[in-house]
Design a protein around this ligand. Structure first.
Ligand SMILES: [Zn+2]
Length: 246
């Protein structure tokens, strides 16, 4: 790849300030990596996958972030589902107050060891990736790149799709202001309606005799409204899914 002169200058500075092998691996990633791999990089996993020294890799990513090659983020994670509850550019903005995961319906006090991870995402000035504009990601890629933290070892695309097909009844991507109508025959099970963008969860315990009659269950949340039944009508969730717990 031909770097722009700005990026070349940044990389030249990085080569002077960090270990050669680590910088080489980072350069190769920026050049050849798939976009997904440039979003929320976990430095430890990056080092392990390449047989590199952890300290060298962490130092190289920290230098690269100071130079503006990567954007460093402190992510508060839900210990239950592994979802990112909040991202912060600095540790100072990670508040001590409890974080609540709507999916796991539990509040957590952030502890640095268990709930906060540091990740590195390539800067748009170095390489533009879809995750810079998360709204453009297809729903399951959104889960992979934005919803879950970097520590999750997610299955391959094929296995992941099989899992999604097994547990998800339906999903829809909506742009802000969009509306959609979903018609679903719900099984008599405990179901979750979940929106990974605002982390909103609604639990539905489907019981009783099967009916062909339309059933609606409308919930409003700020500008959002959603209804659920044998025929469901909702508006404004960004990309929720109807799913059952595995
Ligand atoms: Zn959770």
């Amino acid at each position: 790849m031909e770097w722009s002169s700005e990026v070349e200058a940044l990389l030249a500075t990085l080569r002077e300030s960090a270990k050669r092998e680590a910088v080489g691996a980072i350069e190769r990633l920026i050049e050849d990596g798939v976009a997904r791999d440039l979003c929320r990089i976990n430095a430890l996993a990056f080092a392990a996958a390449r047989g590199l020294n952890e300290e060298d890799v962490i130092a190289a990513f920290l230098h690269a972030s100071r130079l503006g090659i990567f954007e460093l983020s402190w992510n508060v994670l839900c210990p239950g589902c592994g979802g990112v509850l909040e991202t912060n550019p600095t540790l100072k903005t990670v508040h001590e107050s409890a974080y609540t995961c709507s999916l796991c319906a539990a509040g957590y006090e952030p502890s640095l060891d268990e709930m906060v991870e540091v990740t590195f995402t390539v800067s748009p000035r170095v390489r533009r990736i879809a995750a810079h504009d998360p709204g453009t990601l297809p729903v399951w890629e959104y889960y992979r790149q934005i919803f879950w933290g970097s520590g999750l070892d997610l299955p391959t695309d094929k296995q992941f799709q099989e899992l999604v097909d097994r547990i998800v009844l339906d999903s829809v991507d909506l742009a802000p202001g969009d509306k959609a109508i979903l018609s679903l025959q719900l099984p008599a099970e405990f179901l979750i309606i979940f929106d990974p963008v605002i982390h909103m969860a609604q639990f539905v315990d489907v019981k009783g005799e099967p009916t062909r009659e339309r059933r609606n269950n409308l919930v409003r949340n700020g500008q959002r409204a959603r209804a659920l039944g044998n025929h469901a009508t909702r508006s404004r969730p960004d990309s929720p899914y109807f799913g059952k717990p595995n």
